[in-house]
Design a protein around this ligand. Structure first.
Ligand code: AMP
Length: 226
């Protein structure tokens, strides 16, 4: 099963992605995580990517597209993958679609978590990351997932903030990229929606209202996945 998941920063996309990954036993390939790993290891790719990431801009396609297409060729992706954070613009969408076609495979499902820009912003600024597992949900602004004091509500681990989560200008920039239906992520989503319309509903498009709590959204998601 090859799945794309979309949602603005702050929509709970990472959490829902982890659920999908567990359901199908497929790797969760997250472009942002791959970049952060490369930055932590101080690789050449990490050094190049860091200057863009720190500014809240997209890393150039010439770096990002080959990085993701190569990752999807690795052994653990043989039986499918969940791609998260990519594609983020029409050029990436097209490059992915064409690379998959060459391999004789296609995207099976596209998940889109729909959330208003202002709500998404507040959720980001309240987000806290557990040092033990990025997917442990903690948010100081959402009652259902408030941390336990200053510790992770799931495992009691230390909590950190991602510096770019507190930078309002960077958040606005990231959202401007996401909600841009001409050159940004919305355009990439529309690319696959149009493909689906032309191709008898393949990939299957699952649109989810991101406003309810994590549990409600995941129940809707699982019921639509079947
Ligand atoms: P994320 O963790 O998905 O918010 O990604 C963190 C940062 O990594 C983004 O703000 C971008 O600078 C960069 N990044 C992640 N995915 C992509 C992508 N598909 N294309 C370009 N840059 C990306």
């Amino acid at each position: 099963m090859n799945i794309l998941i979309f949602g603005p920063n702050g929509s709970g996309k990472g959490t829902q992605g982890a659920i999908v990954k567990d359901k199908y036993g497929i790797p969760h390939v997250e472009s942002g995580v791959i970049f952060r790993e490369n930055i932590a290891k101080d690789t050449e790719l990490g050094k190049k990517a860091k200057e863009y990431i720190d500014k809240g801009e997209l890393v150039p396609d010439s770096i990002t597209i080959p990085m993701i297409l190569n990752r999807l060729k690795e052994d653990d992706c043989k039986n499918g993958w969940l791609l998260d954070g990519f594609p983020r613009n029409p050029a990436q969408a097209k490059a992915l679609d064409e690379a998959l076609k060459k391999e004789g495979i296609s995207v099976d499902i596209v998940i889109e978590i729909v959330l208003d820009r202002e709500i998404a912003k507040k959720r980001i600024m309240g987000r806290r990351l557990c040092v033990n597992d990025n997917n442990h949900p903690n948010n100081i602004y959402i009652d259902a997932i408030k941390p336990n004091g200053d510790k992770c509500r799931v495992c009691g681990g230390e909590l950190k903030v991602r510096p770019d989560d507190q930078d309002e200008a960077a958040i606005d920039k990231r959202h401007s990229i996401y909600y841009d239906a001409k050159q940004g992520t919305m355009a990439a989503i529309n690319y696959f929606k149009e493909l689906s319309a032309k191709n008898n509903g393949i990939p299957k498009i699952i649109e989810l209202d991101g406003r309810p709590g994590v549990k409600e959204v995941s129940e809707k998601l699982l019921s639509q996945l079947g």
